[in-house]
Design a protein around this ligand. Sequence first.
Ligand SMILES: [Ca+2]
Length: 196
Amino acid sequence: MLLVGMLCTPISACEGTADIVIHPEFDLSYSFESGLEQWSGDGVDLFDPIVTWSAERTGQQASLGGSSVQLSLDNANGVAKIWIERGFTVGPSRAYNVDISFDIGTADSGQADSWRLLAGAHTSPPDIASELTVQDATGNGAVSGTGLVWLSKSYRVSASSGADGRMTVVIGLWGTSEGARSYYIDNVRLLFTRAF
Ligand SMILES: [Ca+2]
């Protein structure tokens, strides 16, 4: 619950300005050690030609514990977007700041041909590319090579919940060039704070 620690009586009228303490409404974490923890894969622009993709837990890579989510995309059309998403119930029809932090395992080295990360919060699950929130490139900072590097990413986004109190968080990839790649997501942290 979000608590605003300010009680004003008519007599005091808030003289002295009591400290205002805002607590996060939800502070959640996911490490995918035993499953997808109610995250599920989704995507858009997956046709013409049909692209193959998957979002699955794997024990082959991890930045925390022994498992992560592997996002694999054979980007035959050069424009596919895939992600994991999870719905949350928060206060209805309210604006939130959502701090989205996660580790991304990427083998994209060099200066060119990185793809892009997606990280956003949405009133309803996104259906088209223009609804997605595009973030950093996937480059891992290495000059060359094919080794996997884990990067820590953190973004603050804003979104309003629906009248039903639902909100969807998305973490994923925009495949901006053709080719087949795999990335790994682990150590997801979400912080929902009401925005005033
Ligand atoms: Ca993990």
